[in-house]
Design a protein around this ligand. Structure first.
Ligand code: ZN
Length: 273
């Protein structure tokens, strides 16, 4: 039986930082990789770092551009299938956009879970990757992606192993202390106020540490593909060594392990190969 790994992310570009290298490595190993992106990212920046609500920011145009950027990123990462569920970006927590009709945050969990469940039954992945219950850092669409994924998995007769992306405390401290880029500017406008140490987990909780240093060209290319969000990201101005120090590992905690897997691994498909 073929091996499949399915990642559920909230916005176009979320697939890269925490899971892009892992997905590229898996694809290079012949594993089928599937990306489900829940929202259209319409309240991300418009090109030129134009913020939503500012003159020159057209949410429809941003969504259309980000859909194209996502396809280019997925190509760089070797992703076999991209499904864009197309819910409206809910914006940051507390924004009026949270409650707009069609916003992912205002969508009933069972509705989203049904759509996700149909994809899960088609693809029958051995492993699913998404965010923890805090959406890793608290964005409503990331929290909703977690909830929809959990609900969809709960309805499956044979659930896959579930991982959440994570940051070990040791790496978070290194990032904060050594990274040349301003940690407050990490990632994108979406990551405002991002403090890696506050989001990190004790190192011993990391179940899978994936060395992606061999595929960083693809990871960088995928970041570049998301130019509307990441063109000014500090990571992209790093030389190869510094980029590898910042981006060369991806970490996960194991949230469900139906095959009885225990202990740390260097492979998300441990237990299935
Ligand atoms: Zn996001």
């Amino acid at each position: 039986m073929g091996l499949t790994v399915l990642a559920v992310h909230a916005h176009p570009d979320d697939e890269v930082m925490a899971t892009g290298g892992t997905l590229r490595l898996l694809a290079d190993q012949g594993v089928r990789t599937v990306l489900v992106t829940c929202t259209d990212g319409r309240y991300g920046d418009a090109p030129g770092a134009i913020k939503p609500g500012a003159p020159g920011h057209d949410p429809d145009a941003v969504a259309a551009l980000r859909a194209r950027e996502l396809e280019a990123s997925a190509a760089a990462l070797g992703i076999a299938r991209v499904v864009q569920l197309g819910y409206q970006d809910s914006g940051m927590m507390g924004w009026d956009h949270n409650d707009e009709p069609g916003a992912f945050w205002s969508t009933r969990i069972d509705e989203a879970a049904d759509r996700l469940g149909a994809i899960l039954r088609q693809e029958a992945p051995q492993v699913v990757v998404t965010y923890n219950e805090f959406g890793f850092y608290g964005h409503p669409d990331h929290i909703q992606a977690h909830r929809a994924t959990r609900a969809a998995l709960a309805a499956l007769a044979a659930p896959p192993t579930l991982y959440y992306n994570a940051l070990p405390l040791s790496a978070a401290r290194r990032w904060r202390e050594q990274a040349a880029p301003d940690p407050d500017a990490a990632a994108s406008a979406e990551g405002e106020g991002f403090d890696p140490v506050a989001l990190a987990v004790p190192d011993e909780e990391i179940a899978a540490a994936i060395d992606v240093r061999g595929v960083l060209g693809a990871k960088r290319a995928a970041m570049v593909a998301h130019a509307s969000q990441l063109a000014d990201a500090p990571w992209l101005s790093l030389d190869d060594d510094a980029f590898a120090a910042a981006m060369g590992w991806e970490w996960f905690v194991r949230a469900g392990h139906p095959v009885g897997l225990a202990g740390p691994s260097s492979d998300l498909l441990a237990g299935y190969r």
